[in-house]
Design a protein around this ligand. Sequence first.
Ligand SMILES: Cc1ncc(COP(=O)(O)O)c(C=O)c1O
Length: 441
Amino acid sequence: MHPTRRPLTRRHLLGATAAAGVTGLATGCDPDRPAGGTAVSDDAPALDPASWDSVRAQFALDRSRAHLATFVFAPHPAPVRAAVATHRAGLDRDASGYLAANEERLDRAVLAAAAGHLGARSDHIALTDSTTMGLGLLYGAIRLRPGDEVLTTEHDFYATHESLRLRAERDGVTVRRARLYRDAATAGADEMVAGLTAALTPRTRVVALTWVHSSTGVKLPVRRLAEAVRERSPEALLCLDAVHGFGADASTPEQLGCDVLVSGCHKWLLGPRGTGLVWAAERAWARMTPVIPSFDGRDIGRWLAGGTGGQPVPPGPAHTPGGYHSFEHRWALADAFAFHRRIGPARVAERTRELAGRLKEGLAGIRGVRLVTPRAADLSAGVVCCEVPGVPVGEAVNRLWSAGVVASSTPYRPSYLRFGATIANGEQDVEAALRAVRTLA
Ligand SMILES: Cc1ncc(COP(=O)(O)O)c(C=O)c1O
């Protein structure tokens, strides 16, 4: 690119001197090696992506326990640990120099990896720190007029409901909730489509859904719901909290048919803790105004020029919150996507289904346990919920912990006992969980 056409970056604006200093330290010949950094290695065995035991060995989990809650907050696999350590060492040695020398290239690598995973354009992706941050930004950014309606459901997580409540408090938009199913265990796609369709109106401008419900493990038939939205409320944007599908189901936004996809990368993707993203289609970005100032060099350049002129900033960077971040984690996200790609998203999805299937079959076969999550693979992903009547959920989680099994409880009413096996797990973890649950019932 011609030097005068290059977008201004924080490097140019804030770190020119440091950059010059660090360039002298750069390794120069290896484009993957961070300038001014020393690669930090990890003692995990080399990955054989064809072997699930080898994949599992990439995680430094305490093996005295069966960890069936790694999807709540991810352990880092070896390549992510190594990347975080490398970037951290570089930043600790000279934070502004390392940033100036590497930021542009590493940011680009993260976005390219995310775009590859999503099958989307990299400049349509904004980087965040979590799903919650993405949902707060999204539902703050969409422009709405008086009389416009937002439709969500009874099944969504706190972060969606609360973002919309805060939005309604700020400018009085109407937020309604639909119920898509009565009983998760017997929920059907037709029932869910009918439930949503009945609640759509010509005034609906936003439909806020969650791909896989963390309350029950139900996976929505998103494609069919998107078609219903297009037909009945063509002006509505279908926005998805995708966090329990992202990295567990290989469907892309295009295949899902959604307009906006929000996810954290520190759950099923097993990416760096404190990372997330928002992808939106062109027509959705066109209806949003950024909430937090970006640190994109073009935005800063326009500000320096008195607020006029400059190049337009594509929506992804324009909606990426500015400020300094825990960059060692953000940049290691490229390594998390690469790890996932080496194993193969379709294989990961299949493995997740297989382990969840074992959990569901096993739980359903234990007398005194009621499986809440649908058995059908097209209506569930990796989240598996159940209840043990007569045993309060908190007590069940504690007793399982004492038996060496890490489970979670759903933060909803009613609250259920919840498990999820990621690629950091194996059949032995599932069997240990089933053995421990048998002692509860
Ligand atoms: C459906 C759903 N969305 C969002 C979140 C929050 O994710 P994050 O930690 O990435 O904000 C959770 C649980 O943590 C969840 O279950």
